[in-house]
Design a protein around this ligand. Structure first.
Ligand SMILES: *Cc1c(COP(=O)(O)O)cnc(C)c1O
Length: 385
């Protein structure tokens, strides 16, 4: 990011070419798979979509890098491609990983299905309890993976301490920043080595594309790029075009989502039918203190429990009229879901309860609608639960 520009300006202008190709202010889609080599070009100069080196891809990478304040960023075909490619580029057979104990289901599933096959071991720790991390470290520990805001209880770990712990012990710090987005939290500035995203969520922002990205320090990004070239999870230029378009409005969208989530969480916290509200922007949230120091905003995700259990939760989902009912998150439209039936359905009851995912938990992904309309909608829905 240019130091003299605020994030809002960067979000619009990062990576843009002036003048653009043929004078176009909007960077075009280059779908081509074949490019003539220039005199003296070597293998490293080949422009080919799987090698993430075609003009539309390079344009998008410049935009992503500037938004993350990174030397380099690379787009991937999904958030999972970003996570798996990053882990495969950092970990060797025999290595050990420390990871947060509440991970996105796909990430947790990847580790439980594949770690052993790749010869990795891992230990899960509470990212909010730095006093427990040293006991998890082994001589083969190579990396520490956390999420900036967890799903669905929206916990914020001791992220500055994670980066510090990794620096002290020579570990690679990796963070999944999907829930916070770079509008609210910029991990590289906070000392992380690699930042991954599901761009399917806030970065794309319109629930109409699947993509991911990895941003980070130069030497590690070289490994990530090499791994991605072989593993094949590069991003198609058509989808990349939609992602670049979404990024231009990232800042206004996420700020509106922050505002809506805070307004809705505050309303819900005072409502007699609501038993619990989880939102890091509320002073009652256990992580509010350090989250306020780390983040510029608390994100668009919140969760709640009602007096009346799972049945009341289901009635709430059916009675709200503005939010659609469905998993996923981060789009301009508000969404409601019961994680027990969607994101956490694959877990056993024991695993869910350990993660605080009770049957009656409702998760809300706030969109950019009017906060007054959203509050009025939840108010009328809570009348009938
Ligand atoms: C959705 C999500 C992912 C996976 O992203 P895909 O784009 O679906 O592959 C990873 N991490 C988090 C936190 C997510 O919400």
């Amino acid at each position: 990011m240019r130091d003299d520009h605020a994030f809002d300006t960067t979000a619009v202008h990062a990576g843009e070419r002036r003048p653009g190709p043929e004078g176009s202010v909007v960077f075009p889609i280059y779908p081509g798979t074949v490019y003539a080599p220039a005199d003296g070009d070597g293998y490293g100069d080949i422009r080919y979509p799987r090698l993430s080196s075609t003009p539309s891809q390079v344009y998008l990478h410049d935009k992503l890098a500037e938004l993350e304040g990174a030397h380099t960023a690379i787009a991937t075909s999904s958030g999972m491609a970003a996570i798996t490619t990053s882990l495969l580029s950092v970990l060797r057979a025999g290595d050990h990983l420390i990871a947060g104990d509440v991970l996105y289901g796909g990430t947790a599933g990847f580790l439980s299905h594949f770690a052993e096959r790749f010869g990795w071991t891992y230990t899960l720790v509470d990212p909010g309890r730095p006093d427990t991390w040293e006991a998890a470290r082994t001589p083969r520990t190579r990396a520490f993976l956390v999420e900036s805001i967890t799903n669905p209880l929206v916990r914020v770990g001791r992220l500055a301490e994670v980066a510090e712990f990794c620096r002290e012990h020579g570990l690679v710090s990796i963070i999944d920043n999907t829930f916070a987005s770079p509008v609210n939290f910029r991990p590289l500035a906070a000392g992380f080595d690699l930042c991954v995203h599901s761009a399917t969520k806030y970065l794309g922002g319109h629930s109409d594309l699947v993509a991911g990205c990895v941003a980070g320090v130069e030497d590690l990004m070289g490994e990530v790029r090499t791994s991605l070239n072989y593993l094949g999870g590069s991003l198609d230029p058509y989808v990349g075009f939609l992602l670049a378009r979404g990024l231009k409005t990232l800042s206004v969208r996420v700020r509106a989502q922050n505002d809506n989530a805070l307004a809705l969480a505050s309303f819900l916290a005072d409502h007699p039918r609501v038993a619990e509200v989880h939102y890091p922007g509320l002073p009652s949230h256990p992580d509010h203190g350090h989250a306020s120091e780390l983040m510029d905003g608390f994100g668009g995700m919140l969760s709640l429990r009602l007096h009346g259990g799972a049945e009341a939760a289901e009635t709430l989902l059916k009675s709200v009229t503005i939010p659609a009912s469905g998993p996923s998150l981060g789009g301009v439209e508000s969404l409601v879901t019961r994680p027990v039936t969607t994101s956490h359905a694959a877990l056993t009851r024991e695993e869910r309860e350990a993660a605080g995912v009770t049957d009656d938990l409702v998760r809300v992904s706030c969109g950019i609608e009017s906060s007054a309309d959203l509050i009025a909608d939840f108010r009328q829905a809570l009348e009938v639960v």
